[in-house]
Structures are given as C-alpha cells and as structure tokens.
Design a binder for this molecule. Structure first.
Ligand code: C5P
Length: 226
C-alpha cells in the first residue's frame, strides 16, 4: 500500500495443487478484497489458442485481436469465473488445457501479453491473487507475499481427491504434477520460485482453514499493526 497505489495486494504463489487457489479465494472473501486467479488467465488464453489453432513463432508479437478477453472472478459460495455473462469455470478445469497453459506460459511473449491484464485487477480496496510469479514479477511491490508448498505426495493426494469422480490413479496425478512443476521451475521466463521477501508456508500437515487463518493474521499484523 503506497500513497500512489492505495489498494493492498496480497500474492499467493506456489507449485501445482499446493492449495493456493482455494486458500486465496477464502482469504479474499474473509478480508473483503477482490480476487484474481492468474492460472485461469493462462488457461483461458490456452483455450483461445486451441480454438483458433494458433500458430506461434518464437519472438512473435501476439495480436491483441486474437486474445482480447477479460475474466471476472465472482466470490459467491464457490468461485464463479465469467467471461462476459458466460460461466467458463468448467471449461477451465480441463486437464488438457492445463498442459497447454503450462506450455504457452513458457513463452515470454505470452507472459508479457498477460501482464497489463493482471495489473488491471489491482483495484480498491485491494486484491488477493495467486499463481506462480505474482510476487516475483507481476506485483513485486505487493504488501504481502506468500509462497505455499506441500510435498508432491500430499499435493497428488489432494488433487486426486478433487478428481474422485474420474478414474485417475494417484500415481498418474503425481506424475502430471511433477512434470508441470518441472516445466514451471525450469523455464527461463519467470521460473517458479519464491520471492526473497515471501513468507513460505509448508501446508503438508495443515488444514486449509488453518492456512487461511495464518495468512489473514499475518496480513492484519503487517498492514494494521496496533
Ligand atoms: O495455476 P494453474 O495450474 O491453473 O496454472 C496453469 C498453468 O499456467 C501453470 O502450470 C503455469 O505453467 C502457468 N502459470 C504461470 N504463471 C502464473 C499462473 C499460471 O506460468 N502466474
């Protein structure tokens, strides 16, 4: 929070299935702030990419006309993600899309294309946002930066539980997560890692509500010290 930018920004980064999106959604609701899930922007971009069978050449400047979109993140009982008045939440859950999102997210042109859109969500009274590089690249002056981790096994268990209606084994889920983490950590454009000033929370042994409580307590202490 500065005189020029009075809205607070809390960034929550971490690897796949670390629980950052559900935690960020609950923190935003509890603190009465807006929410933006940057992974959904990458996923929606991948959706448009796929729909247009977009052909990319390294170094190519992306045509704004091909990727002109804005998603609204509506904080109701559950998160609703709207494109205009269409609820696109289920489109974004597709596994194939998350893989394409992770591949196109390695292109620097895609990352810089999404930068302005991501910044536009920082409105009064503030924003909670999650992703991979929100604290390090997108909002380097954020008021509070969190980095959530958990063991691969625990993250695979959580993701497998979310997918319980589909017949996917824990081992397959773990391998998918491992590959996405590897790609996200090894890419040269904004690789996944905590910012130096991030608070790292290992959630392996924690309930989600305890993680939310801890982040809200840190925030109140940091931004509203008594
Ligand atoms: O968070 P989610 O799994 O929905 O993100 C999909 C993909 O988008 C990730 O695997 C990652 O490669 C990419 N991503 C990113 N930077 C962000 C958010 C997501 O590179 N800030």
């Amino acid at each position: 929070m500065t005189m020029n930018n009075p809205s607070a920004v809390i960034t929550i980064d971490g690897p796949s299935a670390s629980g950052k999106s559900s935690v960020a959604f609950l923190v935003a609701k509890r603190l009465g702030l807006a929410y933006m899930n940057s992974g959904c922007l990458y996923r929606y971009m991948a959706h448009l990419w796929q729909a247009q069978d977009f052909r990319y050449q390294p170094g190519q400047v992306l045509d704004a006309g091909c990727f002109d979109f804005r998603l609204d993140f509506v904080l109701a009982d559950r998160l609703r993600i709207l494109h205009g008045d269409q609820d696109v939440s289920s489109i974004l859950e597709d596994d194939a899309l998350s893989n394409l999102a992770s591949r196109i997210a390695a292109y620097p042109e895609v990352r810089s294309f999404l930068l302005g859109l991501q910044h536009s969500y920082a409105v009064q009274p503030g924003l909670v946002t999650d992703g991979r590089d929100m604290g390090l690249v997108v909002f380097p002056s954020a008021d509070m930066k969190i980095f959530l981790t958990a063991t691969l096994e625990e993250r695979a268990n959580r993701r497998a539980a979310q997918l319980s209606g589909r017949s996917v084994s824990q081992a397959v889920v773990a391998e998918q997560i491992r590959l996405r983490d590897k790609r996200d950590m090894e890419r040269s454009a904004a690789p996944l890692k905590p910012a130096d000033d991030a608070i790292v929370i290992d959630t392996t042994q924690m309930q989600r509500s305890a993680v939310v409580d801890q982040i809200c307590a840190y925030y109140r202490k940091k931004c509203f010290p008594t």
